[in-house]
Design a protein around this ligand. Structure first.
Ligand SMILES: [Zn+2]
Length: 461
C-alpha cells in the first residue's frame, strides 16, 4: 500500500452554515462521511442533492446530530447506493426518523409509499452507539493497520449531539459538528477532547458573544410578567428540534419562579398562562425528548418541562384555527410556540397575521434569522431602537400588509451554539494542541474573526 496522506473533501458546510457533509479518506477508495446535510435558506438555491461519485467508497456515515442541515441528504446517499452503517448516538437514532420523515414529506408530497420505503431502508442502516465508547468502522484497507476507530463525545448542542473523534495510525481527527453553549438548561457543556491532531471546527458564532443565561431568563421573565398584566399572547417562532425543548424547559423554570405552579394542575383552558405548542413536528420531537430522559442534563432530571398535562399540543389544522380564534376573542395571556423559526412559512404566519397589529402582543425571537426572511425583517431594528424592541411598522405576510404594533424581542442567549469565547475555550482545553484547525460552518466574517483569535494555531479556512 502506498503511503496515503489522509485527506478531507467537503461536500458542503465548508464556506457556508448549512449542508454539512465532510468526507474523510483513509485510502484512495475508503472514506468515512461525517454528516450528510441539506442546504437551507439562500444556500439552497445552488443545491445539488445528487452525489456525483461512486458512493461505495464510503465505508460508514457518522452523524453529529439530527438537525436537517446535518442529516437531510441521507435519503439521496442511500438512493445512490450507500449500504454501510449510519453511526450516531442512541438519542439521535431515535430522533432521526422523525426528522427525515418530515423532510421527505415536504420534498415528496403525496408520495407516502416512497417516503415509507426510504425511511425503512434508512432505519435498517442506523447504528445507535453510546457516548465515549470506541467502535471500529468495521473495514480495514490493509492487513498492516487496524481500521479507523470512531468515538462520539457529547457536544452539548441538542439532545444526542456529538463531536466525532476518528483515530487512525496514531493520529486523531476531530469533527466538532455543532458545539453547544456552556450554560444550556437541557445539555451539558461540551468537554474538549484529550487529543486532536487535526480539528474541523464549527464557527457559526465565531464573531459573537451570547447573553448569559441569567440575563436572558430575567428578560424573558419580564416579558411574561407584562403579558400576565395586560393579556395578549407571547408568540415564539420556534425551531422544532433543540430550541423548542430548551425554551420549554426555560418557561417551566420561569413559571416556577413566578409562582405559577398552580397552572400545572389545571387543564390549559383554566391556566393563567398556558403554554401552547402549535407544531406537529415539534410535538413529536418533544414527545421523543420526554422518552429520552436518561440523556437529559442532571440538573433538570427532577423537572417536568414536557409534561403534556400542562402543555397544550395542537395537531390538526382545525384545532390550530380554533386556538387562534380563542386567543383573539378572549385577549388572554398565553405563550405560543409555533414553526417556522424564521417565519418563512408554517402556522406561525397565521398567528403573526392575527396578533401583530395588537399592542399587547409580544414576539420573541430566540434563534438565528437569515437574510431575506420575515423573521429577519421583524428583528432587524431591535438593536437600533432605544426602547429595546423593534419599531417595524408594517410587514408583508403572504401578500397582505399587516400593521406591527406588537413588541418584538430578540433573546440571543437561547442559541444552541457556542459563542466565540466558548469555541476558544474548547480549542484551548485540548491538552495536545492541534497541529491543524479547519474552520467550517460559519460565514466568512465569523471564520475570519475566530481565525484571528486562534492566531497561535495553524488555521485553515
Ligand atoms: Zn445543529
Amino acid at each position: 500500500m502506498r503511503d496515503f496522506r489522509e485527506k478531507i473533501v467537503h461536500h458542503g458546510g465548508f464556506d457556508g452554515v448549512t449542508g454539512s457533509c465532510h468526507e474523510w479518506f483513509y485510502a484512495d477508495n475508503a472514506s468515512i462521511m461525517v454528516d450528510c446535510g441539506l442546504f437551507q435558506g439562500d444556500e439552497a438555491h445552488e443545491q445539488d442533492l445528487n452525489f456525483h461519485f461512486d458512493v461505495s467508497r464510503i465505508r460508514a456515515v457518522v452523524l453529529t446530530h439530527g438537525h436537517i442541515d446535518h442529516v437531510g441528504r441521507l435519503p439521496w446517499l442511500i438512493a445512490a447506493g450507500f449500504r454501510g452503517p449510519i453511526i450516531c448516538t442512541q438519542p439521535t437514532a431515535k430522533l432521526l426518523p422523525i426528522i427525515l420523515e418530515d423532510a421527505l414529506q415536504l420534498q415528496l408530497p403525496d408520495q407516502d409509499v416512497l417516503v415509507k420505503r426510504a425511511l425503512e431502508r434508512i432505519i435498517k442502516q442506523i447504528l445507535g452507539v453510546a457516548y465515549n465508547k470506541p467502535i471500529q468502522s468495521g473495514y480495514s484497507v490493509s492487513n498492516d493497520f487496524q481500521p479507523p476507530q470512531i468515538v462520539l463525545q457529547n457536544a452539548g448542542h441538542i439532545l444526542g449531539s456529538a463531536y466525532v473523534e476518528i483515530a487512525y495510525r496514531g493520529k486523531t481527527t476531530v469533527f466538532s459538528g455543532d458545539l453547544g453553549p456552556s450554560d444550556a438548561l437541557m445539555n451539558p457543556k461540551p468537554v474538549s477532547p484529550l487529543r486532536a491532531d487535526r480539528l474541523i471546527l464549527e464557527s457559526t458564532y465565531g464573531d459573537r458573544q451570547h447573553q448569559g443565561r441569567a440575563d436572558r431568563l430575567a428578560a424573558f421573565k419580564q416579558i411574561i410578567l407584562r403579558s400576565l398584566e395586560d393579556g395578549g399572547p407571547i408568540l415564539i417562532p420556534a425551531f422544532s428540534l433543540g430550541r423548542t425543548q430548551e425554551l420549554l424547559a426555560s418557561i417551566e423554570a420561569i413559571k416556577i419562579e413566578a409562582g405559577l405552579t398552580q397552572d400545572y394542575k389545571e387543564p390549559w383552558e383554566g391556566q393563567r398562562l398556558p403554554v401552547i405548542l402549535d407544531s406537529p413536528l415539534a410535538s413529536r420531537l418533544t414527545f421523543a425528548y420526554r422518552q429520552l430522559r436518561p440523556w437529559w442534563k442532571d440538573q433538570i432530571q427532577h423537572q417536568n418541562p414536557f409534561s403534556f398535562d400542562s402543555l397544550a399540543t395542537v395537531q390538526s389544522h382545525g384545532e390550530h384555527l380554533s386556538i387562534i380564534n380563542h386567543l383573539k376573542s378572549t385577549g388572554r395571556a398565553a405563550i405560543v410556540l409555533s414553526a417556522s423559526g424564521m417565519c418563512q412559512g408554517g402556522r406561525i404566519l397565521n398567528y403573526l397575521e392575527a396578533f401583530l397589529p395588537r399592542d399587547n402582543t409580544d414576539v420573541v425571537f430566540a434563534g438565528y434569522q437569515a437574510k431575506g426572511t420575515l423573521g429577519r425583517q421583524l428583528v432587524d431594528n431591535v438593536a437600533s431602537s432605544d426602547r429595546g424592541y423593534a419599531d417595524t411598522k408594517r410587514v408583508d405576510i403572504r401578500g397582505n400588509m399587516v400593521d406591527v404594533n406588537a413588541r418584538i424581542y430578540r433573546l440571543s442567549g437561547f442559541s444552541a451554539h457556542a459563542d466565540q469565547s466558548e469555541l476558544l475555550e474548547f480549542v484551548q482545553g485540548i491538552p495536545v494542541a492541534p497541529s491543524e484547525i479547519r474552520l467550517v460552518h460559519g460565514s466568512a466574517d465569523a471564520r475570519k474573526q475566530l481565525g484571528l483569535k486562534l492566531k497561535d494555531y495553524n488555521v485553515i479556512g
